[in-house]
Design a binder for this molecule. Sequence first.
Ligand code: ATP
Length: 248
Amino acid sequence: AAQDTLLEVNNIEVIYNHVILVLKGVSLSVPKGGITALLGGNGAGKTTTLKAISNLLRSERGDVTKGSITYQGDRIQDLTPADLVARGVIQVMEGRHCFEHLTVEENLLTGAYTRKEGNRAIKDDLEMVYEYFPRLRERRTSQAGYTSGGEQQMCAIGRAMMARPEMILLDEPSMGLAPQLVEQIFGIVKRLNEEQGVTFLLAEQNTNVALRFAHYGYILESGRIVMDGPAAELRENPDVKEFYLGMS
Ligand code: ATP
């Protein structure tokens, strides 16, 4: 693989409860500095793929039974999610998962828990997050559980940024959000990619928006990658138009 490939998923198979085969040989690669989209309908296996990468399947009785996953050339399948955070890979799970009883700012600060720099660096990063998400600054003393869905999604991404990640795995950022907010959040993801150099692998059902912001896309159907290519090419592909963009 090229030296600028960060993550390489090679032909993985995932089985839940020892019997339910959900991923049937999925391969993908994520270049450093890119936004890569993993697309597909409900139940196609997007979340399972992200959880396989961040080693979160075990608690759901899921196992990677074939294939390999490497990060910068090193096998990462036996790392704990905490080890991965230390390597710079952060997952933002579907449904945002803020700590509801903490304030927005306390939530953001929890993202920095593995860091060893002093308070100064962490304060600077808090400022950086507030520059990208001015709304979070306004809401910083609010209890996260009482903020809107869009604010919680921002909080979850902001918290991930507080760990100074090299790569963020972002599961379904558009879920449950109004179109205007989806645009706003994808716009910020793009800026974080361009200005902070963060690599993204994002799972999305909203093919339309994802292909406008991503560089490259993979389409997953029933646990198999059925198509992949540069986002601009996928947007023009007749099958993608017909089946995923809702206009033929
Ligand atoms: P969604 O957008 O709904 O999250 P997805 O593409 O992310 O869809 P997955 O959540 O990865 O899809 O689910 C893929 C398949 O695996 C589905 O058929 C789902 O029912 C099944 N599945 C997911 N989690 C489990 C589990 N813990 N045990 C058994 N089957 C599961």
